[in-house]
Design a protein around this ligand. Structure first.
Ligand SMILES: Nc1ncnc2c1ncn2[C@@H]1O[C@H](COP(=O)(O)OP(=O)(O)OP(=O)(O)O)[C@@H](O)[C@H]1O
Ligand SMILES: O=C(CO)[C@H](O)[C@H](O)COP(=O)(O)O
Length: 406
């Protein structure tokens, strides 16, 4: 059970127990939440609770989603939130440039909010946002830990419009906290707080194609400036972002197709879902027969495929020294309603009813990647996270909370 230092205390709504030393003095019972703010700690002179120890046991599970900018994190988050049945929106009445998205079950925070240097600061120091020196990992750890322990925090906001750090916003402990961004698995202390971690591994060719599509079409950037920005970020991406994939429980790897020789359009994709074996509460998905090696072309009477077709593969492998199962899809669907044929051949998909994957994919047919393995595997990972959450919740419900003395 975690032990926290109380900085400022406001009753909200969770289960924390206070050490016997402070409990009578503070007059709290076990149904309280604590509000932790680093800045208040520094500035509050007459804080009679400062330094008191409390023990907390929050119910929040924490999911980490790592990827470079423009690699589909927001799209993935929309699919994940939808699996839990609600729409996500920024905190009501808050900063219009907040990066946070809240739904009934999930709160998604963007780790850009832990940039310690604003845009000017990074320019002056000659560092990119990917450089750990531009980020406050102590605060990230302290606040993610606090939320996990059931303690609300005042999280800073990095304003992507102005490039400045805005006044903080209150984040209350949700059922599921998703921390998405460049560095959820970089700092070991933060990594150890994660109940499940995902890395979106977009190959350079595909990343380039997506960036061009978005930044040229939607943001008016020139081809040259996009190329320059990718090149400028690459050394830090290789040094600080990419290595995090070794820690991920699931990796979605997006590569150019192998179905079209020398394809350089980047429209048809080969996508791999790499699932670590032996992760608590996570049973990897399989095709036909668990642990076997399978290659499958589903095109025919039950699945319409135009050129270049669709090919699935499944089998065991090793990834950074870990035993993994890999499910792969190359190609794209012509008709999403026929996806049910593929779904019915997959097992361990954690659906609640027959056809749930197909239903989710049809519901968000307009999201990028809905006709290929990116959308399919993001949906599957969303279902696995729901399953993980339900298993953890069931385990906690059957284990009564034990008050801990500090
Ligand atoms: N699966 C996909 N297939 C095709 N294009 C995609 C896919 N996912 C994302 N994209 C493209 O990449 C762009 C960025 O996607 P998204 O906003 O989800 O990424 P992000 O990682 O949240 O970006 P940022 O961190 O910059 O906000 C989309 O506008 C789209 O052009
Ligand atoms: O890599 C990024 C993560 O999204 C951004 O580039 C970083 O947060 C800096 O943002 P901005 O370009 O708005 O100053």
């Amino acid at each position: 059970m975690a032990v926290c230092t109380v900085y400022t205390v406001k009753p909200l709504n969770t289960s924390c127990s206070i050490s016997t030393h402070t409990k009578p003095h503070m007059g709290f019972n076990q149904k309280q939440v604590f509000f932790l703010t680093k800045s208040n700690n520094k500035n509050t002179k007459n804080n009679r609770f400062r330094g008191n120890k409390i023990t907390c046991s929050g119910d929040t599970i924490v999911i980490g989603l790592a990827a470079d900018s423009g690699c589909g994190k927001s799209t993935f988050m929309r699919r994940l939130t939808s699996v839990f049945g609600g729409a996500a929106s920024p905190p009501k009445g808050g900063n219009p440039d907040s990066n946070t998205l809240i739904s009934d079950t999930t709160t998604v925070i963007c780790l850009d909010d832990y940039h310690s240097l604003d845009r000017t600061g990074r320019k002056e120091k000659g560092v990119t946002a990917l450089d750990p020196r531009a980020n406050d990992f102590d605060l990230m750890y302290e606040q993610v830990k606090a939320i996990k322990d059931g303690v609300a925090v005042e999280k800073p906001i990095y304003n992507h419009v102005s490039g400045l750090l805005d006044p903080p916003e209150l984040i209350k402990p949700p059922k599921i906290l998703v921390i998405e961004g460049l560095h959820p698995m970089y700092d070991q202390r933060v990594r150890d707080l994660l109940d499940f971690s995902i890395y979106l591994d977009i190959s350079n060719e595909v990343k380039f194609a997506w960036k061009i599509q978005r930044d040229m079409a939607e943001r008016g950037h020139s081809l040259e400036s996009i190329k320059a920005s990718i090149e400028a970020r690459k050394p830090d991406f290789d040094a600080y972002i990419d290595p995090q994939k070794q820690y991920a429980d699931a990796v979605i790897e997006v590569l150019p197709t192998q179905l079209i020789p020398d394809d350089n359009e980047g429209k048809v994709l080969r996508v791999k879902l790499i699932m670590k074996e032996g992760v608590k509460y996570f049973n990897p998905v399989y095709l036909f027969d668990e642990g076997s090696t399978v290659s499958w072309i589903p095109c025919g009477r039950k699945l319409t495929c135009s050129y270049p077709g669709i090919k699935f593969a499944y089998g065991p492998d090793a990834y950074f020294g870990h035993e993994v199962s890999v499910l792969e899809m190359d190609g794209q669907f012509d008709r999403l309603d026929e996806l049910i044929y593929v779904e019915s051949h997959l097992s361990n998909i954690s659906t609640k009813f027959y056809g749930e994957i197909t239903q989710q994919m049809l519901k968000h047919a307009d999201f990028p990647g809905s006709n290929n393995g990116t959308g399919l595997f993001q949906t599957i990972v969303g279902l696995k996270i729901r399953d993980l959450f339900e298993q953890i919740a069931a385990t906690k419900a059957s284990a009564p909370l034990e008050a801990t003395k500090v």
